[in-house]
Ligand binder design. Structure first.
Ligand SMILES: CC(C)(COP(=O)(O)OP(=O)(O)OC[C@H]1O[C@@H](n2cnc3c(N)ncnc32)[C@H](O)[C@@H]1OP(=O)(O)O)[C@@H](O)C(=O)NCCC(=O)NCCS
Length: 172
């Protein structure tokens, strides 16, 4: 039987991937708001996903953060957003997606799609930035109706790279 990866908790509470049997592969995902106890798991996923520029646990806990929790209780991914403009009469609220990652063993299983669906269900117009070279994320956002509206040259560091600015078009 093919092996896949799953995460276990280390002594400091961080999740670590380890091999296990495919039959145990847990893909019943619950999307829920972050809890204080998720901090170390999120930091570990963050470090594996963005090794050169990682957030700290408090960065997740101080914003609107949704996590994808597997049946086993492990955290497989997260999406962080914030409101940038509240709803005004005749104007929808505007939100910004600040961070999104799915841990490496769980990618291409629809988990980011579940997180993004839950975020978009908050309503309003969503904005985000994504690295020019990040095709996987761009494909995901396009699938959910995001379109490019601008480029910001040399926006990212380590490595320096342009950002593509995208926005959602709800209702289209
Ligand atoms: C981008 C990322 C969040 C996608 O997570 P995921 O759970 O693997 O995505 P999903 O399985 O939900 O994929 C949904 C859709 O996104 C697109 N997609 C996701 N990964 C893709 C890839 N590697 N190549 C092409 N398209 C991809 C596809 O359209 C996919 O639909 P499909 O599987 O029916 O073809 C994940 O690759 C990741 O964590 N990357 C590192 C961190 C990162 O780049 N975050 C985004 C910062 S802006």
């Amino acid at each position: 039987m093919a092996t896949c990866w799953r995460c276990t908790l280390s002594k400091d509470g961080a999740q670590k991937p380890e091999a296990l049997q495919e039959a145990d592969s847990p893909l019943n995902v619950m999307v829920r708001p972050v809890r204080g106890s998720d901090g170390y798991a999120l930091k570990a996923i963050e470090k594996r996903s963005f090794p050169s520029d990682s957030w700290h646990p408090e960065d997740f806990l101080s914003r609107d953060c949704l996590v994808a929790e597997l049946e086993s209780g492990f955290i497989a991914g997260y999406l962080v957003s914030q409101e940038i403009c509240p709803p005004l009469p005749g104007t929808p609220p505007e939100r910004e997606i600040l961070n999104l990652a799915v841990d490496i063993p769980y990618r291409r299983k629809g988990i980011a799609a579940r997180l993004l669906e839950a975020e978009l269900a908050r309503g309003g117009i969503h904005f985000l930035e994504v690295r020019e070279s990040n095709n996987a994320a761009q494909m995901l956002y396009r699938k959910f109706g995001f379109r490019e509206i601008a480029r910001r040259p040399e926006y990212y560091r380590a490595p320096v790279e342009a950002a593509m600015v995208m926005r959602s078009y709800p209702g289209l």
